[in-house]
Design a binder for this molecule. Sequence first.
Ligand SMILES: [Fe+2]
Length: 267
Amino acid sequence: MKKILNYIDNKFGRFFFGNDNDFRINLLGSLKRLKLNSLFKTNNFFKYGYVSSGKSNKDYCDELKDHIQKFVNKNFREDLYNYTVPNDEKTIEISKKIFNSNQKLKTDLNSIFGDKFIISDICIYRNYHFNQQDQTNEQYSNFFHCDHYVKTMFKIFIILDDVDENNGPLFFFDKATTKKIIPKFYKNRNEYKPNIDKIFKVNKFTGSKGNTLVCSTTECLHKAGVPNKNKSRDMIVYNCFNLENSDPWFYENDLSNSLSKKLGKLN
Ligand SMILES: [Fe+2]
């Protein structure tokens, strides 16, 4: 019985909302978003699912890159292609400086959410090249997917390197394109038309160090690009939730994946 309900939940979610999330979590997210944001307020984030949002201070980005480098030196393994630096007091302090140094980001978040949002987790990554022989070789979210959270969750991506096509930029489709892809070309992250990014217009988050993107990753199919040989890409990602709270750093002492799950999963 549970299997049948899950099947219906999944099919209805795809049909009615046009993303890779189930019906119940989509509905809950839509209601929460409706409650928090004025119906009459329009902005590009809600319309397209993303906005490019200014630039953070490059020196702070370099400061964080130093931490990534030290972490990689300490934990280097030939067969490891993704390094995630654990949050500690120092990395959180730099992450705050990076966040706070982007005035355009602050203005955009205010106009989108009226400052009703919090940061639930910070992820600091380095991705390296690996050999993509087949479609079963997913090393670090490099297959297209939507994040499985309520849609009040969104992510702020800040690149810590100058990123071009060679560095494996983040690939993402806008909301409307995701809706076109889901019914015919996408079953799940392990099963979709291999060249969808050639058939449909895909966005690539390239640019210079400090560039910032705000993306509704629950509604927009996205994946990490794989850097070319001898290339890498460093990035910081702030997991955020649109909710009734005007201090982004309210959960500063509790930043974690489990907090994101608590705020953004059904069970
Ligand atoms: Fe994701």
